[in-house]
Design a binder for this molecule. Sequence first.
Ligand SMILES: [Fe+2]
Ligand SMILES: [Fe+2]
Length: 307
Amino acid sequence: MGEDMLAGGEPGNLVARVRTHRQAVHAFIDAVAAERAAAMARMEGLHRLRLATIDLAGRLRRAIHREYPRAKGDPPAPVSDLLEWIARLEAMARRATTEAADLAAAGAALDERLASSLFANLFMEVPPMTVTETLKHEHRVIELVLGAIDREARKAAHGEPIDPGFFAQAIDFIRNFADKCHHGKEEGILFKAMAEKGVPVEGGPIGVMLGDHEEGRRFIRAAREALDRNDLRAVADSLTRYTALLRQHIMKEDNVLYPMAERVLSEAELDDLAERFEAVEREEMGEGTHERYHGLAHSLAGEPARR
Ligand SMILES: [Fe+2]
Ligand SMILES: [Fe+2]
């Protein structure tokens, strides 16, 4: 560019060149954004697989201990062997360096073992989800919508046409499922029970979670107001702040707060909370509401509905 100026090149040529460079820079930035989105999707997939594996290991272990209570001594050799396999799979899921393919292969190997007739009677009854399993499962549903919001917000940032109905539905999902139902159970039941056991609220981990919930509510209020003005860019902006906040928040709960709840609350206390969770679903949310929002999450994410 500088040489053209020195050589007294035509200003028109210079403008054309700058334009070409600018287009190349835009194309580059788009390619980086697409690569980043693909990398995030891969990471999210692995994160989900890790948590699903840890949940599965917990359930299998509970089912085995129900059939062979620890107090009654060691279970038969094939069952002890199975427990070891489960422990190995869980350790793999928790290891930061584990690749998705290795985890999937180990899961498939365990599945093959489980198919043995030796264990035919072991898993007749699937143990119900614990409080933390229920909340983590809801996190996975919420993450579906966070991913969909990020996808649509990227389109809005590029000036691509957006269906305002998408944002209206996403806000409805966040307000009713993520906030009223999910955060409601955390604030009204789980955090209270933890606080009673001495987990600090103000200035402590519970206070941080409550602060995140409040900040999220402010972003959603701003998004709703922007939607009412039909300012889709501002909607996308507020929602993107929300998705970044909530992803961090979910990670803190899955990895720090829920394991803490499992440590400070006894099994009987956790069972009691699970019953209170169900009462909230029935009485406050209303029969079928939870399922309806599950369906909405899958449709916003562009996936066929499943539970
Ligand atoms: Fe939370
Ligand atoms: Fe949560």
